[in-house]
Design a protein around this ligand. Structure first.
Ligand code: AMP
Length: 212
């Protein structure tokens, strides 16, 4: 049975970090809409040119645009054994679209990583990303663990932008906790711990609810 995972949680909660561990564990593609959009911006594609300014301000790009990107991605054959969505859905209309996309595929399992606002601000102030491959928060040294590229602060991790992203999260994304909260496949995870402990919790929770 395919394993269809959705990571929820505020910016900086560790969604990307956890997703990189989990994709190895279950061998399913990690689909990060933020990473896909950053790649499009870097490559200067029409999509990238359309979303660059909004991304820099920490706002959300239009539901229809991002839903088109995700629909296309989820139709690729590598998602047949499942997927790990990171950064989508971020609004109720996106969640409704995702439910339609999933249709009668295996049910979504929601991993909601919970972290306080104070901790979010503290973490994002020191977050680095790879300038070459755009991978999020990899490695503690000067180079990316994945490709060896240099690590730089993320453009939208500046203080003012972080505060805006948190507000956007609170207003538009947090309602998803209610949207998904009553499902049997909703897993609430404490994100304020060491990454390996969080990973272990997620694996245990997912194994407990996954359909067989
Ligand atoms: P992330 O790496 O997930 O924090 O995403 C970085 C930025 O990409 C966000 O601040 C948004 O501007 C944009 N973005 C990513 N995913 C979405 C989405 N599902 N809906 C709207 N905007 C998105």
């Amino acid at each position: 049975m395919e394993l269809n995972l959705v990571m929820l949680g505020p910016p900086g909660a560790g969604k990307g970090t956890q997703a990189r561990q989990l994709r190895r564990k279950w061998n399913i593609p990690h689909i990060s809409t933020g990473a896909m959009l950053r790649e499009a911006v870097q490559a200067g594609t029409p999509l990238g040119r359309e979303v660059a300014v909004i991304m820099e301000s920490g706002g959300l790009i239009n539901d229809d645009i991002i839903t088109r990107v995700v629909t296309e991605r989820l139709s690729q054959p590598d998602t047949r054994s499942g997927f790990l969505l990171d950064g989508y859905p971020r609004t109720i209309p996106q969640a409704e679209s995702l439910d339609r996309m999933v249709g009668d595929r295996a049910p979504l399992i929601i991993i909601d990583i919970v972290l306080s606002e104070g901790e979010v601000v503290r973490r994002l102030a020191s977050r680095m990303v790879c300038a070459e491959c755009g991978t999020n928060a990899v490695g503690e040294g000067a180079a990316c663990h994945d490709c060896g590229g240099p690590l730089v602060p993320r453009a939208d991790d500046r203080k003012q932008v972080v505060l805006n992203r948190l507000k956007v999260y609170r207003d538009q994304t947090e309602p998803l906790v209610k949207y998904y909260g009553s499902r049997q496949t909703y897993c609430r995870i404490d994100g304020a711990r060491l990454p390996d402990d969080v990973t272990a919790d997620i694996i245990q929770a997912v194994e407990g609810v996954r359909p067989r």
